[in-house]
Design a protein around this ligand. Structure first.
Ligand SMILES: [Fe+2]
Length: 220
């Protein structure tokens, strides 16, 4: 059966991560290191991406991988090891960003940060690619759609509204129209009307007007 006919595992969240990580890569590449306001804006975006990356990694380790491990013990070992390596690199990035802010002349340190960020990005892209191919197949072989969907509900239930807003701000515009309608329909069916209204308002805020019109027309 095609991946798109089974319950969704990594597609939407990884699309959101790619959007955020690439956007930040472009921003860091063109940043004017002598402009304190620009550096501060990039720093806020970096902070949001770090929150998203750390939260996602914990969701995979503690919820999604645990579901798969119940059926196939040890199968996520390599992915868990990669998470530890990526977390270590993310901590270093954060430390180096803070050190960079203390520099008076940031041009040279800024270029070093640009290189380090892009090295992290290439490793992260490679990691997501493996999860999307190998691990997705393992999930579909060993787990039922209700088990996969139940894990998704557990993630939603334990995520604070503030953190969810950060993640959905990247995820909603990164999806294509049919993924977006599926995601919103699923949210409508599983969340409280109040939460659904918040997600819908966020979608209106973060989408281009044409994309929002398409979505709201189909949502009814
Ligand atoms: Fe992962």
């Amino acid at each position: 059966m095609d991946d798109k006919e089974r319950a969704e595992i990594f597609i939407n969240v990884h699309k959101g991560l790619r959007r955020g990580l690439w956007g930040l890569a472009l921003k860091i590449g063109e940043l004017d290191w002598s402009d304190a306001g620009e550096v501060q804006t990039a720093g806020r975006e970096l902070e949001n991406m770090m929150l998203f990356l750390r939260e996602h990694s914990a969701n995979e380790d503690e919820i999604q991988f645990s579901v798969l491990e119940e059926h196939a013990p040890g199968i996520t070992q390599r992915d868990r090891e990669e998470h530890r390596d990526l977390e270590y690199r993310l901590d270093l990035l954060e430390k180096h960003w803070c050190a960079l802010l203390r520099e008076e002349r940031r041009e040279a340190a800024g270029y070093q940060f640009y290189l380090e960020y892009n090295q992290f990005l290439s490793r992260y892209l490679d990691h997501m690619d493996r999860e999307e191919r190998d691990l997705t197949q393992a999930f579909y072989r060993h787990c039922s759609d209700p088990e996969i969907e139940d894990a998704f509900k557990k993630i939603v239930a334990r995520t604070s509204p503030q953190d969810m807003t950060v993640m959905l701000t990247y995820m909603i515009p990164a999806m294509n129209p049919s993924e977006r309608i599926d995601f919103l329909t699923k949210t409508k069916a599983s969340a409280t009307p109040e939460t659904f209204d918040k997600v819908k308002s966020l979608a209106e805020k973060v989408l281009a007007p044409g994309s929002w019109r398409k979505l709201s027309a189909r949502l009814g």
